[in-house]
Design a protein around this ligand. Structure first.
Ligand SMILES: [Zn+2]
Ligand SMILES: [Zn+2]
Length: 258
């Protein structure tokens, strides 16, 4: 995927262009509603509590927040049962309520202008991961889906995050070799089978992975299957380590209670 692949088609570009022009004329609005705020990419006082930010205590590996106080460094049951392919995963907020609305606005509502504000939230949540990485990569989107959606939301987040953190971003290193169905209703083993061979390193990226500490960026961490598939590919190619930073993460009812 080239950097230009993340740009929308002309119709989208026109709409976004008009929005950008309007943004210059209108006072900045909250990322979730139309309330006026101090600067672009901010949330208003009423919307801020609608987001459940991920904070300590959380699993040091997968970043699942615990509902009760636990000793520092306590690894969750799921990670003890099977260690994820990645080193650490962190997210800015839980994918529920206002967090879900915000992700859907960005992802399905053509609100690409939200990327810098959202990246700022990720930057705060992933400070330790960003400090340790020397390359940021977005989870790739298959060409067919990219054509329909017109932009890769993970690439927009990765680009904005790289700018904030002063770290290089490569949009063309990982590639989605075939489209995969939604993984939601499949079990762990089936998800791994579906993703097998679906993600690889592009010809342009070969040789650029060995010894690098990589931060993989995505919009939502659900089962972690896609992030893990990317991690396995990168580790096989000699990456020194791979962490994962997402905007939001799904927390199931049985999680977060240890
Ligand atoms: Zn608001
Ligand atoms: Zn965990």
């Amino acid at each position: 995927m080239r950097a230009s692949d993340t740009l929308p088609a002309w119709a989208g570009a026109l709409r976004l262009g008009l929005r950008s022009a309007a943004d210059l004329l209108l006072p900045p609005q909250c990322m979730l509603c139309s309330t006026e705020v101090d600067a672009p990419g901010r949330l208003c006082a009423a919307c801020w509590p609608r987001l459940r930010f991920v904070a300590e205590p959380c699993c040091p590996t997968c970043g699942t927040p615990y509902a009760i106080p636990v000793p520092a460094g306590l690894v969750c049951g799921a990670c003890l049962q099977e260690a994820p392919a990645y080193g650490r995963a962190r997210a800015a907020f839980v994918y529920a309520d206002g967090g879900r609305d915000l992700v859907l606005r960005f992802k399905r509502g053509d609100r690409t202008d939200l990327a810098p504000g959202l990246a700022r939230l990720m930057h705060a949540a992933g400070r330790a991961l960003l400090a340790d990485c020397d390359l940021i990569l977005p989870v790739p989107l298959h060409r067919g889906r990219l054509w329909r959606r017109r932009y890769n939301q993970s690439a927009l987040l990765a680009t904005a995050l790289g700018r904030l953190a002063g770290r290089p971003v490569r949009l063309d290193l990982l590639e989605r070799r075939r489209a995969t169905p939604s993984l939601g209703r499949h079990g762990r083993i089936e998800r791994r089978r579906i993703l097998s061979g679906a993600i690889g390193i592009s010809a342009a990226g070969r040789g650029d992975v060995r010894g690098r500490r990589i931060l993989l960026v995505d919009d939502v961490l659900t089962s972690g299957a896609t992030a893990s598939a990317c991690c396995r590919v990168l580790l096989r190619a000699g990456a020194a380590g791979v962490d994962v930073l997402t905007l939001a993460r799904v927390v199931r009812a049985e999680q977060g209670t240890i």
